[in-house]
Design a protein around this ligand. Structure first.
Ligand SMILES: [Fe+2]
Length: 246
């Protein structure tokens, strides 16, 4: 088993070994955007650390239903109907209540609704591909969606992204935003994806793969995938935007 830092008291040292190096040339865009100079540390301002506070009153009724939140009345997007659910927890497994969880994804054909998207798979007129929810008192969140398709991207001569959903988690301030991606159990593209392969720790990759959760399926309707988001500690989810410090 790999050496992990001891968990002592209230402080959990970050395991930097699970993070990709900033410069990973097989993921081409890292060549130009990786830092050329030593990093500097910036303190968060008061407003970054303390605000805003997200409340349920900011949510729309269909914000956690990507099947219906963009569909025309009486219509639905094409694709596999699924539920994604899990808990946002701290390093000790305690739920983070009130966390704002946002998600965005491609449609069933692997196409994003974005003006710079160039993949030839069609847009689905009934699928927007984004939503949000707020974790309950136990840190639990869930949403309905269509399983996204894999898509090719310009990197090497034939690189594909595995099916995935992007996640953003806000705690109680803008400085606490964390971003990651969820993959689906059994997808062979996960292990050959140049972006996934920048993560040097295989266990960290596995924590990004949501298992099929038959216990949470709705018979004759939807399958379910379970994705717990662990904010810190040795079982922490890998976050793309927090590569430094704790
Ligand atoms: Fe994506």
């Amino acid at each position: 088993m790999k050496n992990t830092p001891p968990e002592t008291g209230g402080f959990f040292a970050r395991d930097r070994a699970m993070h990709p190096p900033a410069y990973t040339p097989w993921y081409k865009t890292t060549v130009l955007r990786s830092p050329q100079r030593a990093l500097i540390s910036l303190d968060g301002t008061k407003s970054e650390v303390t605000g805003p506070v997200f409340g349920h009153n900011m949510l729309g009724e269909l914000d956690n239903d990507l099947i219906l939140n963009y569909a025309k009345p009486g219509e639905m997007p094409i694709g596999q109907r699924i539920i994604v659910h899990g808990r946002v927890v701290d390093e000790r497994g305690k739920g983070v209540s009130g966390a704002l969880v946002e998600f965005w994804q491609a449609n069933a054909g692997g196409r994003y609704r974005h003006k710079k998207e160039t993949y030839l798979a069609p847009l689905d007129p009934n699928f927007g591909g984004f939503g949000r929810t707020i974790a309950d008192d136990d840190g639990y969140y869930w949403f309905k969606t269509i399983k996204p398709g894999p898509y090719p991207w310009p990197n090497g001569v034939n690189d594909w992204r595995p099916a995935h959903i992007h996640f953003s988690v806000f705690g109680h301030g803008f400085a606490q935003r964390l971003i990651t991606q969820m993959y689906f159990e059994g997808d062979p593209l996960i292990w050959i994806c140049p972006i996934v392969k920048t993560i040097p720790d295989e266990e960290a990759i596995k924590r990004l793969i949501a298992p099929l959760d038959m216990a949470a399926t709705v018979p004759h309707d939807m399958r379910a995938y379970k994705f717990d988001i662990v904010l810190r500690g040795r079982r922490s989810t890998f976050f793309e935007n927090r590569k430094e410090g704790n």
